[in-house]
Ligand binder design. Sequence first.
Ligand SMILES: [Zn+2]
Length: 95
Amino acid sequence: MRICGICKVEQAINPHLTFHSLPKNSDIRKQWLEIMKKKDSIKTAFVCNQHFKPEDYRDFCDRPILKNTAVPRLNIEDELNTCVESIEHDSMEVM
Ligand SMILES: [Zn+2]
Protein backbone atom coordinates (compact mmCIF):
# COMPACT_ATOMS: atom_id res chain seq x y z
CA MET A 1 0.00 0.00 0.00
CA ARG A 2 1.28 3.42 -0.93
CA ILE A 3 1.03 6.26 1.57
CA CYS A 4 2.27 9.77 0.91
CA GLY A 5 5.27 10.52 3.11
CA ILE A 6 4.19 14.14 3.48
CA CYS A 7 0.42 14.33 3.85
CA LYS A 8 -0.18 10.64 4.72
CA VAL A 9 -2.96 10.06 2.22
CA GLU A 10 -3.39 6.49 1.03
CA GLN A 11 -3.49 5.60 -2.61
CA ALA A 12 -6.23 3.02 -2.00
CA ILE A 13 -8.70 5.69 -0.88
CA ASN A 14 -7.40 8.39 -3.23
CA PRO A 15 -7.12 6.57 -6.54
CA HIS A 16 -7.17 9.88 -8.43
CA LEU A 17 -3.79 10.80 -6.96
CA THR A 18 -0.46 9.79 -8.43
CA PHE A 19 2.18 8.47 -6.05
CA HIS A 20 5.84 8.98 -6.90
CA SER A 21 8.59 6.82 -5.45
CA LEU A 22 11.93 8.20 -4.31
CA PRO A 23 14.15 9.53 -7.10
CA LYS A 24 17.32 7.63 -7.99
CA ASN A 25 19.52 10.73 -7.85
CA SER A 26 20.98 10.73 -4.33
CA ASP A 27 21.08 14.52 -3.99
CA ILE A 28 17.46 14.89 -5.01
CA ARG A 29 16.48 11.90 -2.90
CA LYS A 30 18.09 13.53 0.13
CA GLN A 31 15.96 16.63 -0.41
CA TRP A 32 12.83 14.51 -0.57
CA LEU A 33 13.77 12.73 2.66
CA GLU A 34 14.45 16.04 4.41
CA ILE A 35 11.01 17.28 3.41
CA MET A 36 9.47 14.02 4.60
CA LYS A 37 11.65 14.13 7.75
CA LYS A 38 12.74 10.56 7.12
CA LYS A 39 16.05 8.86 7.73
CA ASP A 40 18.40 8.56 4.79
CA SER A 41 18.37 4.78 5.10
CA ILE A 42 14.71 4.44 4.17
CA LYS A 43 14.37 2.31 1.06
CA THR A 44 10.91 3.05 -0.21
CA ALA A 45 8.72 6.08 0.26
CA PHE A 46 6.12 7.78 -1.82
CA VAL A 47 5.01 11.35 -2.32
CA CYS A 48 1.66 12.13 -3.89
CA ASN A 49 1.23 14.55 -6.76
CA GLN A 50 -0.30 17.20 -4.49
CA HIS A 51 3.22 18.36 -3.65
CA PHE A 52 4.45 18.96 -7.18
CA LYS A 53 3.92 21.82 -9.56
CA PRO A 54 2.91 21.22 -13.18
CA GLU A 55 6.38 22.31 -14.27
CA ASP A 56 7.91 19.54 -12.15
CA TYR A 57 6.62 17.03 -14.69
CA ARG A 58 8.22 16.18 -17.97
CA ASP A 59 5.55 13.90 -19.38
CA PHE A 60 1.85 13.22 -18.96
CA CYS A 61 1.35 10.60 -21.66
CA ASP A 62 0.40 7.37 -19.91
CA ARG A 63 0.99 8.65 -16.42
CA PRO A 64 2.62 11.73 -14.88
CA ILE A 65 6.40 11.43 -14.94
CA LEU A 66 8.49 13.73 -12.76
CA LYS A 67 11.60 15.45 -13.95
CA ASN A 68 14.80 14.03 -12.47
CA THR A 69 15.29 17.25 -10.54
CA ALA A 70 11.75 17.58 -9.17
CA VAL A 71 11.44 18.08 -5.42
CA PRO A 72 8.10 18.26 -3.57
CA ARG A 73 7.38 21.91 -2.71
CA LEU A 74 3.64 22.30 -2.47
CA ASN A 75 1.49 21.66 0.61
CA ILE A 76 4.52 21.32 2.86
CA GLU A 77 4.35 22.17 6.59
CA ASP A 78 2.50 25.51 6.83
CA GLU A 79 0.34 24.63 3.90
CA LEU A 80 -0.19 21.07 5.07
CA ASN A 81 -3.53 21.89 6.70
CA THR A 82 -4.90 23.05 3.40
CA CYS A 83 -3.75 19.81 1.86
CA VAL A 84 -5.31 17.63 4.55
CA GLU A 85 -8.58 19.55 4.60
CA SER A 86 -9.02 18.90 0.93
CA ILE A 87 -9.13 15.19 1.66
CA GLU A 88 -12.31 13.97 3.26
CA HIS A 89 -10.96 10.77 4.73
CA ASP A 90 -9.67 10.90 8.30
CA SER A 91 -6.17 9.50 8.08
CA MET A 92 -5.44 9.57 11.83
CA GLU A 93 -5.28 5.78 11.90
CA VAL A 94 -2.16 5.80 9.78
CA MET A 95 0.97 5.53 11.93
ZN1 LIG B 1 0.79 13.97 -0.23
